[in-house]
Write a protein that binds this ligand. Structure first.
Ligand SMILES: Cc1cc2nc3c(=O)[nH]c(=O)nc-3n(C[C@H](O)[C@H](O)[C@H](O)COP(=O)(O)O)c2cc1C
Length: 431
């Protein structure tokens, strides 16, 4: 067996998982355009990636119209605009139930990632038939009326290339309504049968916009000190645990890490910056111990571009940044971002993380846990079909069995040891 450390059992709450290779949450922008619900293709996609005792995390699922981005000003996905799923209508909930059922039939567990995008959402959602002439609160809202700045120099995909509508600052007494929207979404997720929900508090979205003082300029009890900026995170977690029960709520955070050489953040999401990131995230992470969480997932800040050739992508050879947070969190810690099968096994072996979430490699390899276990070559992901479209690049990546039994080769193959190999050879890997 290869990468043995990934194939030991792991417990999350009352569930015994049989391996540590997790499907990372990935937006695919293939929801039904009218209902913003998953489709039969979505069911197939998750079923293909489910394994006995394996954990899948869904793509970001939006908790309300106000939370829903219309990605038309986001360069990579302009074509497919708003086809991202929600869980705020009965139809959406019922369709998610089918996804959950399919995953359970394969013996897998599934966590529902709940998202409010804050100032990333735009007013155009008001024109959607599900929203038009209804009295839903509309976006964009944020901790403060601080707009996302269009960056000329786009060094990663988490930025926009044109100006966005400035957000409205949420009133103090509106926060309760936001928490209520999260609770409603969690009740829907519970009704759909999800094993866990995951609060997406990372990547520059609403909760990150409260945690980080580059955006949060409030003077009420949700702004100013680190304690105040983390208050919304903790209040939402408390509300979600009250709905879901113990050990069924996960949280995702993306601690900002400054590069010691340049003093600049290694990765910035949607322009969200923070003046004292280590102190801020130390407080947020330790504070989460107060809740009976299923898990905490941390993003390693080392994936830039999401589009480079995997042989030469620097992410795969950058060192880990989040080890310092390990000792602060008492529960199951999942790492995500730039892992190869070998570096994932090493991170578990070295006790930096308990489980590893794979994004792009799992997107392209429906049987990723088995491929890693057997050391078989991996299908190479195709960047152009990450977001939007049909089956191509979604449900048509072959499993290893399908591959060896067919003559056609739609996708390239790469040996696991070849990932990041060009950099290693050139000696340019960052240590
Ligand atoms: C197509 C795509 C969509 C993504 N969507 C989400 C998302 O909805 N929620 C989230 O938390 N992260 C999202 N991410 C980030 C992934 O969860 C993961 O952190 C990232 O792919 C880096 O991991 P990798 O190097 O294994 O691909 C997305 C990544 C990709 C490639």
């Amino acid at each position: 067996m290869n990468n043995k450390a990934l194939f030991t059992p792991c417990k999350i709450g009352s569930h015994d998982l049989s391996h540590r290779v997790v499907l990372a949450p990935m937006t695919r922008i293939r929801a039904d355009a009218k209902t913003l619900a998953p489709t039969s293709r979505t069911i197939e996609y998750y079923r293909q990636r489910a394994s006995d005792g394996g954990l899948l995390i869904t793509e970001a699922i939006h908790i309300s119209p106000e939370a829903t981005p219309v990605w038309s000003i986001y360069p990579a996905v302009r074509e497919s605009a708003s086809h991202v799923p929600g869980i705020w209508t009965q139809t959406q909930m019922a369709e998610w139930r089918k996804v959950v059922k399919a995953v359970h039939e394969e013996g897998g567990k599934i966590s529902c990632q709940l998202l409010h995008t804050g100032r990333v959402a735009q007013p155009a959602i008001a024109e959607h038939p599900l929203v038009k002439n209804k009295d839903y609160p509309l976006p964009p809202v944020s901790s403060s009326a601080v707009a996302i700045e269009a960056l000329n120099e786009i060094d990663n995909q988490y930025n926009w290339d044109q100006a966005s509508t400035p957000p409205r600052q949420l009133e103090t007494d509106e926060i309760e309504r936001i928490i209520e929207d999260y609770k409603k979404a969690a009740k829907q997720a519970l009704a759909a049968g999800f094993d866990y929900i995951e609060l997406h508090a990372a990547h520059g979205y609403l909760i990150d916009q409260f945690i980080c003082d580059g955006v949060n300029q409030r003077t009420d009890r949700y702004g100013g000190s680190i304690e105040n900026r983390c208050r919304l995170l903790f209040e939402i977690v408390e509300a979600l645990v009250a709905v879901m029960g113990e050990n069924r709520v996960g949280v995702r955070l993306s601690p900002i890490v400054n590069d010691p050489k340049t003093g600049k953040p290694k990765q910035i999401y949607f322009g969200v910056t923070c003046s004292h990131p280590t102190a801020t995230f130390r407080y947020a992470i330790s504070g989460l111990n107060a809740f009976p969480l299923a898990y905490l997932m941390l993003t390693e800040p080392r994936v830039g571009g999401l589009s480079l050739d995997p042989k030469s992508e620097t992410a795969y050879s950058h060192p880990l940044s989040n080890q310092k947070y390990r000792e602060l969190f008492d529960g199951v810690l999942i790492g995500a971002g730039g892992f190869t099968p070998q570096s994932a096994a090493a991170a578990v072996e070295d006790d930096v993380y308990d489980m590893i979430a794979f994004g792009r490699w799992f997107l392209a390899n429906p049987d990723l846990p088995e491929r890693i276990r057997n050391g078989n070559p991996l299908n190479v992901y195709q960047r152009e079909t990450f977001y939007g479209g049909g089956d191509a690049g979604y449900t048509d990546y072959p499993s290893w069995d399908e591959l060896v039994n067919s003559f056609s080769r739609k996708y390239g193959l790469m040996e696991q040891g070849e990932i990041g190999v060009t950099l290693k050879k050139e000696g340019s890997a960052v240590s």
